[in-house]
Ligand binder design. Structure first.
Ligand code: 5GP
Ligand code: ZN
Length: 115
């Protein structure tokens, strides 16, 4: 837990969020400023600031986050239609909250490339 981290506060229940799915390793909740009809953030409970801070020991953790996103997309009936998952990293990637989070976006046709 990092004391000044917004998403650590969400995992600790200190800041409210609409939880979509959770288990001992990860938490998925609705983005407060959704960019698509479905916009969920999947985060590890453990504080990891950016993708740069991942180690080889975190491979299973990252797979777990992706699996959780897949399950939510399937549950919402978006699996065949499609959806997008993205991790933003640091300034050029557009990261604003420094606790890694996998964006899951779906429910509309998304353009590529992103802005
Ligand atoms: P980033 O820009 O770091 O990739 O994404 C951060 C995301 O967190 C943004 O999409 C933003 O809307 C979302 N966000 C920021 N503050 C909060 C909050 O307090 N609660 C929730 N649920 N989402 C937040
Ligand atoms: Zn954190």
């Amino acid at each position: 837990m990092s004391d000044d981290c917004l998403f650590c506060k969400i995992t600790a229940g200190e800041i409210p969020a609409t939880i979509v799915r959770e288990d001992p390793t990860a938490l998925a909740f609705e983005d407060v400023n959704p960019q698509a009809p479905l916009h969920v953030l999947v985060i590890p409970r453990r504080h990891i600031a950016t993708l740069n801070d991942l180690t080889d020991a975190d491979e299973a953790l990252v797979g777990h986050l992706v699996g959780m996103a897949r399950d939510i997309a399937r549950e919402r009936g978006l699996d065949s239609r499609g959806y997008r998952t993205v991790f933003n990293c640091n300034t050029d990637g557009g990261q604003t909250v420094f606790h890694i989070h996998l964006h899951l976006l779906g429910g509309r046709s998304l353009t590529w490339p992103p802005g």
